[in-house]
Design a protein around this ligand. Structure first.
Ligand code: GLU
Length: 280
């Protein structure tokens, strides 16, 4: 049985791009299970008002999901346990750098390595001496936990994931475990990173096929690494095209005019939205 999910972050109203993602996920389940997960770990941006609007918009589109909605904010202890498993493998280190310090360090470096989200963390705190690390920890300074990706990579070989894109056949894509550098796994205001929470939840919800926008294709490299380190099963993947605005830009949550709510207020029907997205 195929199990898919739609996993929006409630940091704004849904727009046509989300409608496409949600309908694609439901269709890809092909009579199996379609699940809904609210990715509300970023307490500085997530709002209840958006959660309510998301559920209302999805129902209006005619979507039905299997079982209760999973809320990431209710699962912090579970993510903590996953962090502990990584820590037990000596794959995490505390990073005390501020964003400004990281930017300055990158500017100083002769050549900065770039990843899909921009320049990679230069690894400053990875090489702190045990003494300096202990002093910083006891000072109470806030810190993030980062994955030592080099160490992780040295323990993994030949990793890949199965990608279908919008076609019908799956093909393996080789994983680059260093693609995102030493990614943040947790920080004070976000106790589990997006990557960590996603792999833990996809496994727990029994997701067999992850469908999502192609802008998250690169993220799959980091997620496959974490699945392997945590001993979680690997779903298959089908990354789909993004819905663009007239100027060819990706729709954004800041773009109020493109929300499903505003289309509805202007009299659009769910059928028209599906037709505009070419989804039966
Ligand atoms: N919550 C993510 C987003 O809204 C999607 C996560 C995923 O599908 O893996 O962009």
């Amino acid at each position: 049985m195929i199990v898919t999910r739609f996993a929006p972050s409630p940091t704004g109203y849904l727009h046509l791009g989300h409608a496409f993602a949600a309908l694609t996920a439901q269709e890809a389940a092909a009579g199996g299970r379609f699940l809904l997960r609210i990715e509300d770990l970023d307490a500085t941006r997530a709002r209840e008002e958006y959660v309510r609007a998301i559920i209302e918009d999805l129902r209006w589109l005619g979507l039905e999901w299997h079982g209760p909605v999973l809320r990431q904010s209710a699962r912090l202890a579970i993510y903590r346990a996953a962090l502990d498993r990584l820590a037990a493998q000596e794959l995490l280190y505390p990073c005390f750098c501020t964003r400004a310090e990281i930017a300055a360090e990158i500017a100083r470096a002769a050549e900065a390595h770039h990843g899909p989200d921009g320049p990679l963390y230069p690894g400053t705190c990875r090489s702190l001496s045990p003494n300096d690390r202990a002093t910083a920890l006891s000072s109470g300074a806030p810190y993030a936990l980062r994955l030592d990706s080099g160490r992780a990579a040295s323990r993994l070989s030949g990793l890949s994931f199965e990608e279908r894109g919008e076609g019908s056949g799956f093909r393996p894509i080789a994983v680059d475990p260093l693609l995102f550098g030493d990614i943040v796994m947790a920080r004070k205001e976000t106790p589990a990173s997006y990557h960590l929470a996603v792999v833990v939840d996809d496994a727990e919800q029994g997701v067999t096929l992850v469908t999502r926008g192609v802008d998250l294709l690169a993220a799959t490299h980091a997620q496959r690494v974490l699945q392997t380190l945590l001993g979680l099963p690997a779903p298959r993947y089908a990354h789909h095209r993004l819905i663009l605005d007239e100027a060819g830009r990706k729709l954004s949550k800041r773009d109020a005019s493109a929300t499903l709510g505003s289309s509805r207020q202007q009299g659009a029907t769910a059928r028209e939205i599906r037709m505009a997205l070419a989804i039966p």
